[in-house]
Write a protein that binds this ligand. Structure first.
Ligand SMILES: N[C@@H](CCC(=O)N[C@@H](CS)C(=O)NCC(=O)O)C(=O)O
Length: 207
C-alpha cells in the first residue's frame, strides 16, 4: 500500500513453528508478528507499524507526527483497542473455534453469550464515541487505528458472529469504507480469514 519492499516469512502457528528455536531468536515471546530489519528485531504489532511509519516517513494520516492532537486521537483508540476490540473479538474466536478444536471439548455457551454481550457494548462504544460525527476512528482520514480495529473485527467474520457488527449501520459502513479504500491489500491480507469463514460450518458441526 505504501510501496515498501519486504520479505514475508510465514510462521505456521498450527504446527507450533512460533515455539521453534529459530523463531524465538526473533520473538522470544513466541507470538506473531515480529520483524527483523537488517538485524533490528522488534515485536508487538503496534510498535512495528509505528517504527515502519517513522522509518519511511509515511503520510501523516496513517500516524500523525506533526499535529499532537491528531496523534493523541490515534493513540487514544490504540490504547482502548487492547481491552475492548481485541479482547472481545479474540476471546470469541478462542471460545468458538480455537479452544474447542485444541481441547476437543464442546463450546462453552455461557462464556460465548457473555462475550457476545461484551462485544455488543464494545460495538456501541465504537459507534457512539470513536465514530461519532466522523468517517474514521481518529479523525477525517484513515489511520492505523482503523486498520487495527477492522482486522480485529474480521475475527468475528471468521466464526460467523459478524451480525454483531453488521447490526450497527455506522460500524458496518465504516468497515466497508476501510475495505474499499485499502483493497486489493485488504482481501489479500484476509485470504485465510475468508477461507476459515467458508470452512467454519464444517468445523462447527464437529464442535
Ligand atoms: N500484543 C501482541 C499480540 C500478539 C499475538 O497475540 N499474536 C497471536 C496471533 S494474533 C499469536 O501469535 N498467537 C500464537 C499463540 O498464542 O500461540 C501484538 O500486538 O503483536
Amino acid at each position: 500500500m505504501n510501496n515498501i519492499t519486504f520479505e514475508s516469512r510465514q510462521v505456521a502457528l498450527r504446527k507450533g513453528e512460533h515455539y521453534g528455536e529459530e523463531y524465538k531468536k526473533i520473538n522470544p515471546f513466541c507470538l506473531v508478528p515480529a520483524i527483523d530489519d537488517e538485524g533490528f528485531k522488534l515485536t508487538e504489532s503496534m510498535a512495528i507499524v509505528k517504527y515502519i511509519i517513522n522509518k519511511y516517513n509515511l503520510p501523516e494520516h496513517w500516524f500523525p507526527r506533526q499535529n499532537l492532537k491528531h496523534q493523541a486521537r490515534v493513540e487514544e483508540y490504540l490504547q482502548w483497542h487492547h481491552a475492548n476490540t481485541r479482547f472481545c473479538c479474540g476471546s470469541l474466536l478462542l471460545e468458538l473455534v480455537i479452544n474447542p478444536q485444541a481441547s476437543g471439548k464442546p463450546v462453552d455457551h455461557v462464556a460465548v453469550e457473555n462475550l457476545r454481550q461484551k462485544t455488543t457494548v464494545m460495538i456501541h462504544q465504537l459507534e457512539s464515541y470513536f465514530l461519532k460525527d466522523k468517517n474514521y476512528l481518529a479523525g477525517d482520514e484513515i489511520s492505523i487505528a482503523d486498520l487495527f480495529a477492522v482486522c480485529e473485527l474480521m475475527q468475528l467474520f471468521v466464526c460467523h458472529e459478524h451480525s454483531l457488527y453488521e447490526k450497527s449501520p455506522i460500524v458496518k459502513s465504516w468497515m466497508e469504507r476501510i475495505k474499499n479504500q485499502t483493497n486489493p491489500y485488504f482481501d489479500e491480507a484476509h485470504k485465510i480469514v475468508y477461507r476459515i469463514h467458508d470452512g467454519y460450518k464444517k468445523i462447527s458441526a464437529k464442535l
